[in-house]
Write a protein of this length. Structure first.
Lengths: 348, 318
């Protein structure tokens, strides 16, 4: 991790994390016997799947905070959980620092576990209610550094507690004795305890009070500067993205439709879905352009639409959109857009 | 937030004892006279059973102390009693009080031993089924279904008959206690397995389990160190119910002649041994151990009910 690792659009350094064509399907049809159905006088095996993510490509550069946004059910949490190995991708591959990690065994994955950590959405569920804070923080250090002395482990815990702003005498207490914001600090301390370089944060502030959200967000940004962290930050809050993200990936129905540097995306969203999403941000000004109303509902992820997943609700869709899946195509301002209309120049 | 921090930092860190003193468990115990009385009676009964060799006037297992001429003597408040035998004697001339104390000891050993075995099997299988899911889950739960479809009595009859046929009645008598523990333990583990599995399924979806997986802990460590401590309260609750059930099962087996031999009686076999004399007027041989059994099981069940209400209001006995 060098200090020059901050990615710029001009030099494409090797990314820390590469997500290549990752798909994740969840079966809806139960076990083998439940899958057997009579159809036209024949016994056939029928399987239904929820396509949580289908063909996600993302690169995460060292030192950046890549925010993934999208509405509920678009697969952003599935991306986070797949990256962390909590779910196995149905297809595609995930590379960390050039090495493929999605098919490694538990043991082979251990060195990567120390380097990548996760912060969860619900601080009320992410701390073990039967363990003290000290135990919670010591446990991962002891696991990854079995040769460390007790004193060294304690020093590390004290250091990480101080860095997230929790008092040393909290260690003997249990998680339920704290408020949501305090718990989330403890959860962050747990993630930082093993000195990771990459952190996946799955909506880490959406369960918190608005007054606490900013504190936790600032804490995450401080930690990023002090420890040169790389973030994959899952959120649905566009205000947070504007404040926090280096780049933004917009997801819709399990696919990435646009990836762009934050400022570029907010100044000039290109994908029709991103445009609609941006226009939905409530603002005080009166002179903003008309709010874009999308027709219809998000289609079910069980039967995916053919072609572009957004074509049913897109005002610019044509025959090609209905048949051909658009790929992310890089533009010269550093953004990548998966849209036939943008590619063909039909829309700007 | 700053004010909360300073107030929390100012408060002394609670020790284990002071946390127990401030706990809801103790608070509700103090307000529940039924639970207090039950616990008192339970402690007294367990105490006298454990201390039977020192409390009992005579050793009912020692043939030299038994006087056949003193058989069927009534308890002290009935004419014709002998002051040496407070509760009277049974048909073999054993002091009933001593035999009951020793018998309660046997019943409690079998009850707790069987529950320990049930808990060991049931908790392990329940944890595996709930945490690993999929085929392991399907296999273990079908195994539990099969086990539940055999009644305890049937398992006991088959195993007892096999052991008696294979090794003879004398060997059976020598190993009756471990054998009964084994039979009752094997017959009832699905109760634990199902309860634990349900709790594990609820806990597994919580994020602290994901956090432990992300840390790289092994499945075994996550199951025993992270999930198991959080499923303890239903385990406690069913344990009390199961101890009472196991004692009743043992008494029923002994009453049918499949449990403890008469030379080494439990409460159940004592009830049975007196049953033949109940028509001839010697009711105390059956009724006094019977009352002891009822009180023992009743206080355990009352304690279990109280514990269930306190620890887990949503769990129903079943």
């Amino acid at each position: 991790m060098s200090s020059t690792a901050h990615a710029t659009a001009a030099e494409p350094a090797s990314p820390l994390l590469e997500i290549r064509g990752v798909e994740k399907r969840f079966s809806l049809s139960g076990d083998f016997l439940e899958q057997l159905k009579f159809k036209g006088g024949k016994l056939v095996r029928e399987q239904k799947h929820v396509h949580a993510i289908n063909g996600v490509d993302l690169d995460i550069q060292r030192g950046e905070a890549l925010c993934v946004v999208g509405e509920s059910g678009c697969g952003k949490s599935t991306v986070a959980r797949t990256v962390m190995g909590l779910l196995h991708p149905s297809a595609g591959e995930i590379r960390y620092d050039g090495e493929r990690i999605d098919d490694l065994s538990h043991k082979a994955l251990m060195p990567y576990r120390r380097r990548m950590q996760m912060i969860f959405q619900n601080p009320y569920a992410s701390l073990n209610p039967r363990m003290t804070i000290q135990q919670t923080l010591e446990e991962p250090i002891r696991l990854h550094h079995p040769d460390w002395s007790t004193q060294r482990v304690r020093d590390q815990v004290a250091e990480v507690m101080a860095s997230v702003g929790i008092a040393a005498d909290w260690g003997a207490r249990y998680g339920h004795e704290f408020s949501g914001g305090q718990r989330q600090r403890i959860a962050i301390a747990r993630a930082l305890a093993v000195d990771p370089e990459f952190i996946v944060a799955d909506e880490p502030i959406s369960a918190l009070d608005v007054s606490i959200q900013a504190q936790v967000l600032n804490l995450l940004m401080e930690a990023q500067q002090q420890r040169n962290l790389t973030y994959l930050f899952i959120t649905h809050d566009l205000a947070v993205v504007e404040h926090f993200g280096t780049r933004v990936a917009v997801m819709y129905l399990g696919r990435v439709c646009e990836v762009a540097p934050t400022a570029t995306l907010f100044a000039r969203p290109r994908h029709p879905y991103t445009q609609a999403l941006m226009s939905a941000i409530p603002r005080l000004e009166d002179d903003r352009p008309q709010h874009i109303r999308l027709q219809g509902e998000v289609p079910t992820p069980v039967n995916l639409p053919s072609g572009c997943v957004f074509h049913g609700r897109c005002p610019h869709a044509n025959a090609r959109c209905r048949s051909e899946i658009p790929q992310l195509i890089a533009a010269d301002d550093g953004s990548q857009v998966a849209c036939h209309a943008v590619e063909e120049g039909r829309i700007d | 937030m700053t004010t909360t921090n300073s107030s929390m930092a100012a408060a002394p860190v609670a020790s284990r004892w002071s946390r127990f003193r401030g706990s809801y468990l103790l608070y509700s115990f103090k307000r529940d006279p039924v639970a207090q009385l039950s616990l008192l009676v339970f402690i007294v009964l367990v105490g006298v059973a454990v201390l039977a060799p020192w409390l009992a006037p005579m050793d009912p297992y020692d043939l030299a102390q038994i006087d056949i001429l003193a058989s069927e003597l009534p308890p002290f408040w009935i004419d014709g009693s002998d002051p040496a035998y407070v509760m009277g004697t049974d048909a073999q001339g054993r002091d009933l009080l001593s035999t009951i104390l020793y018998g309660a000891r046997v019943s409690l050993i079998i009850g707790f031993g069987a529950v320990a075995l049930q808990a060991l099997l049931g908790v392990s299988f329940g944890l595996l089924a709930g945490y690993l899911g999929g085929r392991v889950d399907a296999f273990l739960m079908r195994l539990a279904d099969i086990q539940l479809s055999f009644s305890t009595l049937m398992v006991a009859i088959v195993v007892g008959a096999l052991v008696k046929a294979a090794f003879g009645g004398a060997t059976y008598s020598d190993y009756a206690v471990p054998l009964l523990v084994l039979i009752i333990g094997l017959a009832e583990w699905p109760q634990y397995a199902r309860t634990v599995r349900a709790s594990v399924l609820a806990e597994r979806s919580k994020e602290y389990v994901d956090a432990a997986r992300v840390m790289g802990f092994s499945s075994r460590r996550i199951m025993f160190r992270h999930i198991l401590p959080n499923t303890l309260s239903p385990i406690f609750v069913i344990s009390t119910v199961q101890v009472a059930n196991a004692i009743i099962s043992e008494a029923a087996l002994s009453f049918l002649g499949l449990g403890m031999p008469e030379t080494h009686p439990s409460l159940g076999s004592l009830i049975k041994s007196g049953f033949d004399y109940i028509q001839s007027g010697s009711w105390w041989i059956t009724l006094i151990p019977g009352a002891m059994l009822v009180i023992l099981v009743l206080v355990i069940n009352l304690l279990g009910d109280w514990l269930r209400d306190v620890l887990n209001p949503r769990l129903y006995k079943g």
